[in-house]
Design a protein around this ligand. Sequence first.
Ligand code: ADP
Ligand code: MG
Length: 227
Amino acid sequence: MRTVAICNLKGGVAKTTTVINMAAILAQDYKQRVLLVDADSQCNTTEFFWGVDDGSATLADFLRETRDGLNGCVEDYIAKTSFPGVSLVPGDDSLMDLDLTKVETKAVQATALRNMVSVLAEQDEFDWCLIDCPPAFNAASAAALLAADEVIIPIKLDAFSLRGMANMARQVSNMREINPGLKVVGYLPTMWYNSPKILEAEQTLKNSGLPVFDHIRRTAMMPDFGE
Ligand SMILES: Nc1ncnc2c1ncn2[C@@H]1O[C@H](COP(=O)(O)OP(=O)(O)O)[C@@H](O)[C@H]1O
Ligand SMILES: [Mg+2]
């Protein structure tokens, strides 16, 4: 099982869009078994694949309830979605309450998700585990980055991102402090469009020697017919 965190501390860079599309393509076109982990308290991935909160166990429950160990109950936190081949550890808004002090006070075990991933890999239940990370460094993102072997960093190539590239490198080295084996598979330029600033930013990213995926174009908005 490949465990990939989709991560960028900046919001609105298409992390969730990337996770949703990767899951759908892997499951539908490549017949892969995909586990999604929604680590963002906004839970858009959960809403997309699963709908509204129906009281099922969530990632926040898992992180709180396994602080003293897994107790062999990994399956209790995995929901089947209606999309064939895609399962989900749902997120909910209580992920918001899991700040890093919860790790310090041991109310949450930051390695719990890594332990879950190890159990699932042993059981050969899934081919991929994709983790949708929050735009914040909290207990859920720490758990995600400890669990992942690989990270994909979606990046929007606007003027702000150009200035933020140094921060991005710092983010990656911070991630490696908690998980030295973490491999950056690549930066994924998202919402690309043809403009001098975007082309310049894309070239700067490529010149930095970091692995860079082919860009994803910005999808034009459909005209609003007032429906
Ligand atoms: N290729 C694209 N073209 C146009 N809009 C996009 C594209 N990718 C993502 N978006 C939009 O950008 C917004 C932010 O995307 P989202 O995936 O929620 O980002 P994040 O998870 O990083 O906060 C959403 O409204 C999404 O629909
Ligand atoms: Mg998101």
